[in-house]
Design a protein around this ligand. Structure first.
Ligand SMILES: [Zn+2]
Length: 388
């Protein structure tokens, strides 16, 4: 899907960006799959480059003339490192409070920049550990602890939500091309494989890629999985009765009316389900769906067979009760065979059920699994997480 005109790079800026991107790949060839997957977004007045959690890179075109191609390429690499090193997930795992997000961003910058400087990349003046009297080579978490012990640290970092820092001027609409958790996991595997294949890279990046991902609270993971899908999967129609919010004066554009997504929920009624967790997951999902554009929710309870699908209002707080045995594929089939099938199906289960090999056609399957010893389902269109 195309970005709004106001957020697209002009054709000459896009040509410059392509040159910068190519230079970045020449500097760190193992990053190629990450760099080419980024979606460039124009961000006038940002004063720098930034990145969000979905691989959208925000570029202030003024920097294209202020920095050399080599400097811009080094800053682009810096932003990619935030994404690959999972700085936003690590901020969640470290429970960084909102008022310290910029200090966390600075800690990530120090951990990246010492690696990039050691490789001889021509960064424009940016913070390095020596500015604060720290040694090079420490982890982001260590720099974060050290920075908090210092008085008067003013962090003016603006690397965006992808760095775990605060977001500024980022796209709210998740419908524009984004990288999901599965895409990011694949890209990280590819980068690590290329680094291990003889293309040596910074130790900090290698360590981050080889470290088991931190486990963010399940509520955060569920929200991250569900929010963009619930918002994105609604049907978009262009209408002239409604002004375009990103109206460009040179063009008259139709507004966008979105009908809202159709969501299906399958819940496991087996006796082994933890009722307390089930209720918490249900209320978490209710909250997410209330804040997303949802047209309809259809509920199926399922044990050895599926109940009749029932429609509920997006404002209804789900209240679920447990029951008997398990094969949830019946519930998934019951929803996907409806005349107006859901575009997202959420399954709440202890995990001890057969799974389909892939999600139903034109549908995303999100599996929230309550028993951490149950295997996670895999396959096209399937995302899974443990609810603990
Ligand atoms: Zn940064």
């Amino acid at each position: 899907m195309n970005l709004p005109l106001s957020r697209q790079l002009s054709s000459s800026d896009m040509a410059t960006y392509r040159t910068i991107r190519l230079q970045a790949v020449i500097f760190q060839p193992y990053l190629a799959s990450a760099i080419f997957a980024l979606l460039p977004v124009s961000s006038n007045g940002l004063g720098t480059f930034a990145i969000d959690c979905f691989g959208r890179v925000y570029l202030d075109p003024e920097r294209f003339s202020a920095w050399s191609i080599e400097q811009s390429a080094s800053v682009l690499i810096h932003e990619v490192h935030h994404l690959l090193r999972r700085h936003f997930e690590r901020a969640d795992a470290a429970k960084v409070p909102d008022h310290l997000r910029d200090v966390w961003n600075l800690a990530g910058d120090l951990a990246i920049n010492d690696d990039l400087m050691a490789q001889g990349l021509p960064l424009p003046p940016l913070f390095v550990p020596a500015n604060f009297g720290f040694f090079n080579g420490l982890s982001e978490e260590s720099y974060f602890v050290k920075l908090q012990k210092m008085d008067g640290v003013e962090a003016a970092c603006r690397c965006g939500s992808g760095s775990g820092g605060s977001a500024s001027d980022e796209l709210e609409d998740s419908s524009y091309d984004t990288l999901g958790p599965a895409d990011l996991a694949r890209i990280r595997r590819e980068v690590l494989a290329r680094m291990q294949g003889g293309l040596s890279g910074p130790q900090g990046l290698r360590t981050a890629l080889m470290t088991k991902p931190p486990s963010a609270p399940w509520q955060t993971l569920l929200r991250r999985l569900l929010q963009p899908k619930a918002s994105r999967s609604g049907e978009r129609r262009e209408v002239w009765q409604r002004p375009n919010r990103r109206h460009d004066e040179a063009f008259l554009l139709p507004g966008i009316h979105r009908r809202g997504a159709n969501i299906g929920i399958v819940f496991d009624t087996s006796a082994s389900m933890d009722q307390h967790l089930l209720n918490r997951a249900a209320s978490e999902i209710s909250g997410i769906l209330r804040s997303a554009r949802v047209k309809a929710i259809t509920l199926v309870s399922c044990d050895a067979e599926a109940s009749v699908p029932t429609s509920i209002s997006p404002t209804t707080i789900l209240s679920l009760t447990g029951g008997g045995g398990t094969d949830l594929t019946f519930g998934i089939d019951a929803l996907s065979q409806l005349a107006d099938p859901p575009s997202v199906i959420i399954v709440l289960t202890d995990g001890w059920t057969p799974w389909p090999n892939e999600a139903p056609q034109h549908c995303q399957l999100i599996c929230a699994i309550f028993d951490p010893s149950a295997p996670l389902p895999t396959g096209r269109g399937i995302e899974a997480l443990y609810v603990k």
